[in-house]
Write a protein of this length. Structure first.
Length: 148
């Protein structure tokens, strides 16, 4: 994949089962062709800020949307969100938190940091698939982002 121009959805998810379900839901609706998956917060930051293994990218060619879990290894999702929203180059990228955390502190802090949407992962398989499909459809096809 030419990561430079093609990534529309960056999926940041450490649980392989949840990542696979999300990818399958998006594929089923033809939304996964331009998806890139990373499994920890450090890798997400490297991708978004064109560091390390992703130094061939440019920061300005970010994804249309980031689907971000909060409970991540290395760097947690709130730290990823904090870094994204504090940098003018990445601040406008929409971020959807998709997490199992229903903790009020996580919800409040996510919104204070600038998250665009906070979704608690449904435990029911069919509801999870529908939630991921709907968020993909909205953020990739319907949402009109500003020109960068």
């Amino acid at each position: 994949m030419n990561m430079e121009h093609e990534v529309e959805i960056l999926l940041v998810e450490d649980n392989p089962d949840d990542a696979e379900l999300a990818v399958r839901a998006l594929k089923k609706n033809n939304l996964a062709n331009h998806l890139f998956h990373v499994s920890d917060g450090e890798e997400a930051l490297d991708f978004l800020f064109a560091r390390g293994a992703f130094s061939e990218r440019t920061v300005e060619n970010g994804p249309k949307v980031i689907v971000l879990d909060l409970k991540l290894p290395k760097v947690d999702g709130l730290e990823v969100l904090r870094a994204l929203k504090s940098d003018p180059r990445t601040r406008i990228i929409p971020v959807v938190v998709l997490t199992s955390s229903k903790e009020e502190n996580d919800i409040v802090e996510s919104y204070e940091l600038g998250v665009n949407s906070y979704i608690v992962k449904p435990v029911d398989f069919d509801k999870f698939v529908v939630a991921v499909r709907d968020l993909g459809m909205y953020w990739v096809l319907l949402n009109q982002p500003p020109k960068r």
